[in-house]
Ligand binder design. Structure first.
Ligand code: CU
Length: 317
């Protein structure tokens, strides 16, 4: 009896690490009246069995959902009517994707993968929690991440919590308009802003991000500035005679309804004359000026020196 109790205690001690292995959304905070890019992280299979199907349900109030296809997986959606009609940038919208299913894949238990979709979060108050119940179906068995904490209940006490997103207050949602009144309702959304930590006492760095234009008019990113560097420029990488070179980019087109991603090896935001080296875990502000949407401020998260490294050495004079 005593030995059993001891084992149970040892098992409990192991739970904090297991808790990190829940299926969850990469970005746990989102702004109301804004585009949200959901990255569902699937950290393991079902008791050792490989995952074959991943399903996620879209809560009411998250509209215009578009999932990202994934190599090796069949992508299907279940559409239906919303509980009410939403105003989506001037278009009354009363139905759309309510479930996304990636099936026919093979994600072994020892591997990790991500499943991506984007949607528009409608008008919710700060602090509101949106649950996205998700199910993994495996060769043998399934795991249902569908538990939602009751009022006052600690979400950490749940064995299989549903992935959640908490609506952020306007000031902490990571972006807000300045010159352009009512920017929060605007169609331009800047997300996943990141940079690599400086590898040494260098004066240059690069920042990357994704710009999504949910509107029906094309826009252009014209300028970038930051208090973290003396000069900030839009750059692109191109290969000339087999040599990769960087060139300043006059402007970055963001077509209506599309996303443009700045990433290592391609377009990037060049930071010259860094005030101080970029330190992992810290962040810095970046101001983007768009032709139509005006200015958008984002916080750039600094990852490890090799974070998400595409393997391309970034040289600049
Ligand atoms: Cu550059």
């Amino acid at each position: 009896m005593k030995a059993y109790a001891f084992m149970a205690a040892a098992l409990c001690a192991a739970i904090p690490t297991l808790a990190n292995a829940h299926a969850s959304l990469e970005t746990g905070k989102a702004g109301a009246n804004a585009i949200y890019k959901a990255v569902l992280r699937v950290p393991h299979g079902c008791d050792g069995a490989a995952t074959r199907t991943v399903r996620i349900a879209i809560p009411e109030g998250v509209i215009a959902v578009k999932p990202m296809p994934k190599a090796g997986w069949q992508l299907t959606t279940v559409k239906g009517d919303y509980a009410k009609t939403y105003d989506y940038y001037g278009t009354p919208t009363s139905s759309g994707v309510k479930k996304v299913v990636w099936s026919g894949g093979n994600l072994p238990d020892e591997f990790y993968d991500e499943f991506v979709f984007r949607g528009h979060i409608t008008d919710f108050p700060a602090g509101h929690v949106l649950a996205f119940p998700a199910v993994q179906e495996c060769d043998a068995g399934r795991v249902a991440w569908v538990e939602v904490p009751a009022a006052g209940q600690d979400p950490h006490s749940l064995a299989h919590p549903a992935p959640i997103v908490t609506i952020a207050a306007a000031a902490e949602s990571g972006h807000h308009g300045h010159a352009h009144a009512g920017h929060a309702q605007g169609p331009i959304e800047v997300g996943h802003a990141w940079a690599r930590a400086s590898a040494g006492p260098v004066k240059t760095g690069a920042a990357y991000l994704t710009v999504t234009n949910a509107g029906s008019h094309a826009d252009r990113l014209l300028a970038v500035s930051s208090s973290a560097a003396r000069r900030v420029e839009l750059h692109t990488n191109l290969t000339e005679d087999g040599v990769m070179k960087m060139r300043p980019l006059e402007a970055l087109d963001v077509p209506a309804g599309e996303s443009v991603t700045l990433a290592p090896g391609g377009h990037h935001i060049m930071m010259m004359g860094l005030a101080k080296p970029l330190v992992e875990g810290e962040s810095f502000p970046l101001t983007l000026t768009f032709e139509h949407a005006g200015t958008v401020e984002v916080d750039v998260s600094i990852g490890a020196a090799g974070a998400m490294d595409a393997g391309k050495e970034h040289k600049h004079n």
